[in-house]
Design a protein around this ligand. Structure first.
Ligand code: ATP
Ligand code: MG
Length: 438
């Protein structure tokens, strides 16, 4: 039985969980705009949407992401359910996509391209740009080891920045993590180099030296960073195949005119990556500067129990992209296009609104259901942001007309229009005033 404390039963207000935010009605138009833009771009690259459950067996993530990673060690919302099964809210999308693709046999023919969006959950310390429920858009390609898959995916994200007007706010960094044997060889070289200086490493990095030495490159600690300057380079440890693959990716990016910087310290936080990894970084958001990140995971499908199938993908942090858009002055509002101001019977007013919505599909119609004086209703019409007021008094109703008044123009003139031809009259007036969400 669940016992509630007096506090919960009493009158104190209940708030959302720390780091989990409501997205309020004045914020959703920008979200919807971004979502529509991104899904159109994905479709233009022949990616198809996939939707997975928010809850999975915890095993899905533990196997894929790796035990010695921040996500699995300390960030997962994992719990036992009523049957004693260990479940987890998803901390990321890729492992779930792979689980679903194997389960439904989507990997039988090469070249599956899918995208997803939605909330992710990580128990991190909430701060600016870091939440416990946040949102990602991601895309994954399976069955293609060709560098062309890497290049197309990167080109798609570049297009996202261009269409959002953010190209000059973000920069692309890429690296190659090589293949498993390359990384094992390199890990040993790195450990051999760092071991004698272990005292100069920050505590997190000392721990990582044992568990996941490559992650030491993620440290922001100045002493650790200083040590890393002369560390052996991963690029020098790459095998011939991985090296050739990376050169091919770089060549294709050059050919596409995509600017990038090779950062040999870019290692990414999750264990499943190999070969190409990439991040788009901004200097405009303070410490949480990575807005989109991803890479190859050629061994992940096999690790999850599927047939050996290469894969590559990325995830974009929606909140961080929205913060960049807002900082850039991008705003979206959803206002009604017309607002009914009426002094007649509410039934007749509702009927007129219904008729307009039928005759002009998608028209956004606002009205004062609470009634009130002309003056009070005009105030609400104005506040709603509507373009036009449609005024309905007794005499108009009798004549089968409404008065149409521009709310955003200098001129205060009103025009009488027959209700029968109202739709035809409104269409050209609203053509350029419409606030298109698509
Ligand atoms: P970070 O280094 O910022 O912790 P990460 O490597 O954990 O990032 P990924 O797992 O690669 O992040 O997720 C991809 C993107 O999702 C990040 O680049 C970021 O934009 C966003 N993201 C990740 N964690 C959070 C979070 N807690 N709050 C908001 N956005 C996040
Ligand atoms: Mg993280």
């Amino acid at each position: 039985m669940v016992v509630f404390s007096r506090d919960i039963l009493g009158m104190s207000t209940i708030r959302s969980i720390r780091g989990m935010h409501d997205i309020l009605p004045d914020q959703t138009p920008l979200w919807q705009w971004l979502e529509a833009r991104l899904s159109a771009i994905f479709a233009s690259y022949d990616f198809h949407e996939i939707r997975m459950p928010l809850l999975e067996q915890a095993e899905v993530f533990m196997r894929a992401i790796g035990q010695a990673t921040d996500v699995v060690e300390k960030e997962m919302y994992a719990f036992e359910d009523r049957n004693g099964d260990m479940l987890s809210l998803r901390p990321e999308g890729t492992a779930s996509v792979v689980r679903a693709a194997i389960q439904h046999g989507l990997l039988h023919s090469p070249g599956l391209k899918v995208w997803y969006q939605g909330p992710m959950f990580r128990h991190e310390r909430p701060q600016k740009g870091r939440q416990r429920q946040f949102h990602q858009f991601g895309a994954e390609v399976f069955g293609l080891e060709q560098a062309a898959a890497d290049a197309e995916l990167i080109a798609m994200v570049e297009r996202i920045w261009r269409e959002l007007g953010l190209s000059d706010k973000v920069r692309l960094e890429i690296n190659s993590l090589g293949d498993r044997a390359d990384r094992a060889r390199y890990r040993q070289q790195l450990v051999d180099y760092l071991k004698p200086h272990v005292d100069r490493l920050d505590p997190d990095s000392q721990r990582r030296l044992e568990t996941n030495p490559l992650r030491i490159f993620d440290s922001k600690h100045p002493d650790t960073r200083a040590l890393l300057v002369d560390a052996p380079r991963l690029a020098d440890a790459l095998g011939d195949e991985a090296k050739r693959h990376f050169e091919e990716v770089c060549k294709l990016l050059d050919q596409l005119g995509i600017a990038y910087q090779v950062n040999s310290g870019l290692v990414r936080g999750l264990d499943y990556y190999c070969r190409t990894v990439f991040e788009w970084i901004t200097d405009d958001l303070g410490a949480q500067g990575t807005v989109c990140a991803g890479g190859r995971y050629d061994e992940l499908v096999a690790m999850q129990g599927g047939k050996d199938t290469p894969g590559i993908g990325f995830a974009l942090g929606v909140e961080r992209v929205l913060a960049l858009l807002s900082a850039n002055g991008v705003e979206r509002v959803q206002a009604p296009q017309v607002y009914l101001v009426s002094q007649v019977d509410i039934g007749a007013t509702l009927a007129l609104a219904e008729r307009l919505r039928s005759e002009m599909v998608g028209l956004r119609v606002g009205m004062s259901l609470a009634g009130g004086s002309f003056k009070a209703q005009f105030k609400r019409a104005d506040r709603s942001g509507a373009t036009l007021a449609l005024i309905l008094g007794e005499s108009e109703l009798e004549a089968g007309e409404v008065q149409v008044k521009q709310l955003r123009a200098e001129t205060a003139e009103q025009t009488s229009v027959a209700i029968d031809s109202l739709a035809d009259y409104l269409k050209p007036l609203l053509a350029d005033a419409s606030i298109d969400l698509s």
